[in-house]
Design a protein around this ligand. Structure first.
Ligand code: C5P
Length: 402
């Protein structure tokens, strides 16, 4: 399930009777979470209509190399860069020959030349064509060039022959494709990340907040997506663009952050609380702007905000829960206290008294604190650190789930 979440799959369909199975293949890839874009050769459109594939993939089908309209949407080079993997199913003898010769005489062969993504072929043809020495030499050349050759199966053929040349079943192809991404640390996992500050309003124009930039949380969201996860980023007001392929929920107050964190928590595998949540909020929000009075001192009454991460960690379907601790002294002592008090699996602690790291800066240095271990990672950019943290967290998540 969902092992292809966030993966961008380019499905090429060439002209063969097995093209009818590509509709089911598209459906299975979508169901596994992939974003699928379909490219068809002119011959493929004789077997199955582009409209069917458009309906199933949710995107217009790409048909021609030199199509000004398609190029205005997503050009062929963009499409080649977009793909995480190119799967050609069915791959006809003619397509295989053109591909092996390094030709770029239609959209699909051009994409294969232009893309750095892994390419997999699911050959489908008459058994005599498959056995032909030319086809066999082409297949060998493509294999040597690094293409995956999936199938063909042997059995009864549409033309009445029996032998090798049947395209593998869509379920088999979808499974092989998902397995290509299983090396990703968070493949198939759903991750919630809170980031940035919260804002607690006093009146229609004023609020209490803090200096959190959201950089760490956003970098973690990017690293989690790159590691194959489906990511919900619950963000307070920050000046950052949400990473691509992330579901970003914008909130202002701690209470709104809590509501967004609890929504769909049953399906969440990993929760990372990187937000700097306001611990208190005004007891009441004035309906109108508070006017300056004669008094020299003004008192604010505050009430405690819910602890979001502690509430998440109390849930019956509790995800693996990771919190942050920004401290100025006794780092490990306070981090471990937070770990037990909030019932967390891991606390990422940083010493905010050290200049150049932590709040608002581009670099950070952290210590990973669990019940029995404290591991310090060297100071580096938040982007690189996020990658290391996601790798470490994924390892701990795996060993806990095992
Ligand atoms: O207790 P303290 O605020 O220092 O704990 C820090 C950790 O708890 C962070 O991961 C932060 O995102 C989370 N937190 C929270 N809800 C709060 C306060 C903190 O989720 N109300």
């Amino acid at each position: 399930m969902h092992r292809l979440t966030n993966r961008q799959i380019l499905l090429g369909i060439t002209g063969g009777i097995a093209a009818y199975k590509s509709a089911e293949l598209t459906r299975l890839l979508k169901k596994a979470g992939a974003d699928v874009r379909v490219v068809m050769t002119p011959a493929a459109t004789e077997f199955i209509t582009p409209l069917t594939l458009q309906a199933l993939s949710g995107h217009p089908v790409h048909l021609q190399l030199l199509d000004p309209e398609a190029e205005a949407g997503m050009g062929h080079i963009e499409l080649a860069r977009w793909a995480d993997h190119i799967l050609i199913a069915p791959a006809s003898a003619d397509f295989i020959a053109r591909c092996a010769a390094g030709m770029g005489n239609d959209l699909l062969t051009t994409l294969c030349l232009a893309s750095d993504a892994q390419i997999s072929l699911a050959p489908a043809m008459n058994q005599a064509m498959w056995r032909d020495s030319h086809t066999q030499a082409n297949i060998e050349a493509l294999r040597v060039a690094g293409f995956n050759i999936w199938g063909p199966d042997a059995g009864e053929q549409a033309c009445g022959d029996t032998g090798p040349g049947r395209m593998l079943e869509p379920t088999d192809l979808a499974e092989r494709l998902a397995a290509e991404f299983d090396y990703l640390a968070l493949s198939g996992k759903t991750v919630f990340i809170t980031a940035g500050p919260t804002r607690e309003p006093l009146d229609p124009v004023r609020f209490i907040s803090n200096h959190s930039s959201g950089k760490m949380g956003y970098a973690l969201a990017q690293a989690a997506v790159d590691a194959g996860a489906k990511v919900k980023l619950i963000s307070g007001p920050v000046n950052l663009m949400p990473p691509e392929r992330v579901d970003c929920v914008q909130i202002e107050t701690a209470e709104q952050m809590l509501a967004a964190s609890m929504e769909g928590l049953e399906s969440c595998d990993l929760f990372i609380g990187a937000a700097a949540v306001a611990d208190y909020r005004p007891v009441a929000i004035a309906e109108h702007k508070i006017k300056k009075g004669n008094e020299e001192i003004m008192e604010l009454r505050l009430v405690k905000n819910p602890d979001i991460i502690a509430t998440v960690a109390k849930h019956t379907h509790r995800p693996f829960t990771v919190g942050f601790a920004a401290e100025t002294r006794d780092l490990i002592h306070y981090a471990r206290d937070k770990l037990t008090r909030k019932n967390l699996d891991l606390v990422i602690a940083n010493d905010v008294s050290v200049p150049g790291i932590g709040f608002n800066s581009n670099e950070n240095q952290v210590t990973l604190v669990t019940a029995d271990k404290a591991t310090t990672l060297p100071q580096t950019s938040k982007r690189l650190l996020a990658k290391q943290l996601i790798d470490q967290i994924a390892l701990q998540l795996k060993s806990k789930q095992a």
